[in-house]
Design a protein. Structure first.
Length: 273
């Protein structure tokens, strides 16, 4: 068997700690580096405004667009997982109020307040976690992430944490708040590529327990639970046991109190690069 072990002590080259910096430093860094995305909507994006916008949208816009932001018979979905040319509050307002020249999109002919409510609703359909006004305590969420919740044993944020799970440095801009909550509280039907659990026994008697980063007919690359990368020749392996469940816990709704879970969600929602 041939094996390469890569040093994975996060920050070891610079003398920084592997996991948790001081709470104050972490708190200040997150507040400075990842503020929530600002809205220029004069009515804001409160749940009441969004709900009112939903009613207006379904009553006024679904002749072309579909209900609840889905695709319609004559216009595209407004809540699809894709990039939009008009994504800011002002750009969406302009498209609704004035129409889009050269297209079938006409002016809405609605009062400004009604248009702004529709804008709030459309933005809510597309919102990433970083766009949301999330309740909770940011500092307590950071302490839980790096402490009793043990998230940083597998996940890294800006160079601090483990390597076994995905890097979460930009998770607030990549996932919705609902997706973050589901990741913490529900079973994942599929294991993402690069995170397949595996337990390997070699012919020489060594055991490697971790996740598969890559594999082919001749070799495997496995990151073990100590963050060491093993490059293994299949000819020298005795047993390969593929795990059926992700290593990501899905019971944080039981491990944490309601308030603690909300604190962790707030902390994750503010991770934006």
């Amino acid at each position: 068997m041939w094996m390469l072990v890569l040093a994975a002590e996060c920050g070891s080259a610079t003398g920084l700690p592997r996991h948790k910096p001081t709470s104050l430093t972490l708190f200040q860094a997150r507040r400075k580096g990842a503020p929530p995305v600002r809205s220029t909507n004069p009515l804001g994006r409160s749940p009441e405004i969004v709900a009112s916008g939903r009613q207006l949208y379904n009553a006024s816009c679904t002749v072309c667009h579909g209900l609840e932001g889905t695709a319609g018979d004559r216009a595209p979905a407004l809540a699809a997982a894709r990039r939009y040319v008009r994504s800011s509050d002002d750009a969406i307002f302009d498209a609704i109020q004035n129409g889009i020249p050269g297209t079938a999109m006409p002016p809405a002919g609605l009062p400004d307040d009604s248009v702004w409510k529709i804008v709030a609703y459309i933005r809510s359909l597309r919102a990433r976690a970083s766009d949301e006004n999330v309740e909770g305590n940011l500092q307590l969420g950071a302490e839980l992430f790096h402490g009793t919740a043990r998230c940083s044993e597998c996940h890294m944020i800006r160079g601090n944490g483990g390597l076994l799970g995905p890097d979460l440095s930009n998770i607030g801009a990549e996932r919705t708040l609902r997706q973050l909550r589901e990741a913490l509280t529900t079973v994942r039907p599929n294991i993402p590529f690069g995170f397949q659990p595996v337990r390997i026994r070699t012919k020489s008697g060594e055991t490697v327990d971790g996740v598969i980063k890559n594999e082919n007919n001749f070799s495997m690359q496995v990151l073990d639970r100590q963050n060491r990368l093993h490059l293994l020749n299949r000819e020298e392996l005795r047993d390969v046991d593929y795990g059926r469940k992700s290593l990501m816990p899905n019971d944080y709704g039981e491990r944490l109190t309601t308030g603690e879970l909300q604190d962790v969600l707030l902390f994750l929602s503010r991770q934006v690069q």
